[in-house]
Design a protein around this ligand. Structure first.
Ligand SMILES: Nc1nc2c(ncn2[C@@H]2O[C@H](COP(=O)(O)OP(=O)(O)OP(=O)(O)O)[C@@H](O)[C@H]2O)c(=O)[nH]1
Ligand SMILES: [Mg+2]
Ligand SMILES: [Zn+2]
Length: 322
């Protein structure tokens, strides 16, 4: 259903009033969870399944909520205003403004993220095109991005792996090499994660849920066996879900993608997804330079001068379909 501008404006106005009312109530009775006569309170969306939301109150109780009609869909990481009803159920009545959000294939994934970790693995073996696609999506969401290479104990040529990822390091990404199974570099990784909201993204079967299980003891998220024949994961995680670290900070687990869910990326998104290209954009001879065959192209010159890794440039051309 398409809403007219006037309808949208009215909904926004109603939401703004609800948020203001809840804030006023919060100011008036600081340590009382019953915020006003409507019993509204702010909560954190933990996960969404279909039309239902799992919302955590500020005192840490969980409520199964439905969204009020005409409220924009909320996702893990969202702050909302909700009204508890019976049996730990409730109704979400407003969505608080987001700092940021991540979408994949036109679908909202999570909101209010501080850092994104792109997880890849030795098996299923990382593919540059897929890595670059994920990076383009994340760069366009304007999030700090890091790369985790998991299952390093399965590599019989670790020097090659390091060489492969050196181009991402020289592009400015922090790359960490881990093995969940052998506990390699896990404890130093843990110290990075406190007091922020981190999302783990990446292909199915790379070990996102395994890693989160390792970082949050007693969580016991379901992880799956990789089919030995295809070496592909079986898509174990189905809902994007936020988990608290006891010492502070949150981790968001997300399901791996399937091939047919790949994003339709525009050339403009692809270009701004290659972060090391940025200093050179706008410095080509032609204003509408596509950085393919044009003379005096600043991007191509940067490749020749060694300021852009040739493989990254090659990946860029591949993504824009040249
Ligand atoms: N050899 C090895 N296997 C690992 C390691 N980490 C995780 N695995 C295995 O990889 C498989 C897939 O792990 P999951 O954690 O389910 O992967 P996921 O990324 O969450 O996958 P989806 O939920 O489908 O997106 C499981 O069988 C894990 O036991 C590791 O360091 N080494
Ligand atoms: Mg998983
Ligand atoms: Zn150019």
């Amino acid at each position: 259903m398409d809403l007219t501008r006037r309808q949208k404006w009215r909904i926004e106005k109603i939401q703004a009033e609800r948020i203001a009312r809840a804030n006023r109530a919060a100011d008036n009775n600081d340590d009382d969870v019953k915020l006003n006569d409507e019993n509204s309170q702010t909560g954190l969306v933990i996960t969404r399944y279909g039309q239902r939301l799992l919302v955590e109150s500020q005192s840490g109780e969980l409520y199964q909520c439905t969204g009020r009609r005409n409220i924009e869909l909320s996702v893990a990481g969202d702050q909302v205003i909700f009204q508890p009803t019976d049996n730990n159920e409730g109704v979400v009545t407003a969505l608080l403004p987001r700092d940021n959000f991540l979408t994949r294939a036109q679908k909202l994934i999570a909101a209010n993220i501080d850092e994104l970790w792109l997880v890849v693995a030795i098996e299923p073996h990382y593919q540059f095109e897929l890595i670059d696609r994920y990076l383009v999506v994340a760069e366009n969401a304007n999030l700090p991005i890091n790369i985790v290479v998991n299952k390093i104990e399965l590599s019989d040529n670790f020097d090659q792996v390091k060489h492969d990822f050196s181009m991402y390091e020289s592009a400015g990404y922090n790359v960490r090499y881990l093995s969940v199974n052998e506990q390699t570099n896990i404890s130093s990784f843990k110290t990075q994660l406190n007091h922020k909201t981190h999302i783990f993204l990446g292909q199915s079967g790379v070990g996102k849920s395994s890693l989160i299980n390792e970082l949050i003891p007693d969580l016991n998220l379901r992880v799956n066996e990789i089919s030995t024949k295809s070496k592909l994961g079986k898509h174990t995680t189905t809902n994007t879900t936020l988990y608290h670290i006891a010492s502070g900070g949150d981790l968001i687990d997300s399901p791996g993608i399937r091939e047919f869910q790949l994003d339709d990326l525009t050339n403009q998104e692809i270009l701004s997804g290659f972060r090391e290209f940025k200093p050179f954009i706008g410095r080509c001879k032609f204003r509408n330079c596509a950085h393919i065959k044009e003379p005096k192209c600043a991007i191509k010159t940067a490749v020749e001068m060694g300021d852009i890794h040739p493989k990254r440039y090659h990946n860029y051309l591949q993504l824009i379909g040249v």
